[in-house]
Write a protein of this length. Structure first.
Length: 293
């Protein structure tokens, strides 16, 4: 929609294959071109590896994952609401429903570890101390079954299940719960709110799957009354023009991040320094995007 002051925007795409080692290699190569900014990567592990290269001197890194926790005033940023805020909403919802005995299963990758830390910090809050983790199991994202972990969880007699894993690893857990005859309310992160993915899990889906909703997915009648209405209209129109349906798992992490970056370039011109981009983003107040303020 107009580019940067009339100049079209081109995104140079690099595939890190979800590998931290590859992400570091690509970042090192990209930095030789002295760009002011790198968008990505997508996962905590790849973002964290990249962040070590750019923390104090740039370029700006804007990670799409909410699980990255950059130091204040560094050159690294993290997309959408933080992982802690996401987990906080899930735990408070479960408590409000009367579920205080929870079994948690987490992947052992960086995303699972970040969720584990956020959960531990949240359960130490006075208002959430009545929630008990009666079981806490772990598994590798490449594991093809989790039967032992699920049996331990079942034996603990929980009221609900927390799953800190995404993508195929999330499917592995759902299948394991189903095979063990566990059909309890199951909560997981918004990264799994992907209709195509969930349809594949239909035969072993729990009866009550709980996912945090993104603000842009509110009914139009509700959105019209919010400051987000203009932004969400543009968002849906852009996808419609390309014949795509927005994926809840990716859209809020990427769309607002890209729009914030483009707004910085529109203010600073097409060749800003990394410090100018960082300071501009740090100075943004009350930004309204498709996922809220």
């Amino acid at each position: 929609s107009g580019g940067v002051n009339g100049q079209p925007v081109h995104f140079a795409i690099h595939d890190d294959g979800s590998s931290p080692v590859t992400a570091v290699q690509l970042t090192t190569q990209i930095m030789q071109q002295q760009p002011p900014l790198i968008l990505g990567s997508t996962f905590v592990a790849t973002c964290g590896a990249m962040m070590l290269l750019i923390l104090t001197a740039g370029p700006v890194q804007y990670c799409f994952s909410p699980g990255l926790n950059p130091p204040p005033r560094s050159y690294a940023f993290s997309g959408t609401a933080s992982l802690t805020s996401d987990d906080d909403a899930i735990l408070r919802y479960l408590r409000k429903q009367g579920y205080t005995r929870l079994a948690l299963i987490s992947s052992t990758d960086a995303t699972g570890q970040a969720n584990d830390k956020a959960t531990a910090d949240l359960l130490a809050l006075p208002e959430l101390r009545n929630i008990q983790l009666v079981a806490h199991e772990h598994f590798g994202i490449s594991d093809i079954e989790v039967s032992a972990q699920v049996q331990h969880m079942k034996a603990a007699n929980p009221q609900a299940i927390l799953v800190w894993a995404s993508g195929p690893a999330f499917g592995t857990v759902l299948r394991g719960l189903h095979d063990a005859g566990i059909d309890l309310p199951t909560a997981t992160s918004g990264a799994n709110a992907n209709s195509e993915q969930l349809e594949q899990y239909g035969s072993f889906m729990p009866g009550n799957l709980i996912l945090p909703a993104f603000a842009y997915s509110l009914p139009p009648a509700v959105l019209q009354k919010t400051p987000m209405w203009k932004q969400t209209q543009a968002f849906f129109a852009a996808f419609k023009s390309l014949g795509y349906t927005p994926s809840p798992a990716a859209s809020p992490y990427v769309w607002d991040t890209a729009m914030i970056v483009i707004s910085a370039f529109r203010k600073l011109g097409s060749k800003p320094t990394a410090q100018q981009v960082r300071d501009n983003i740090l100075g943004i107040k009350n930004y309204i995007g498709i996922n809220g303020s």
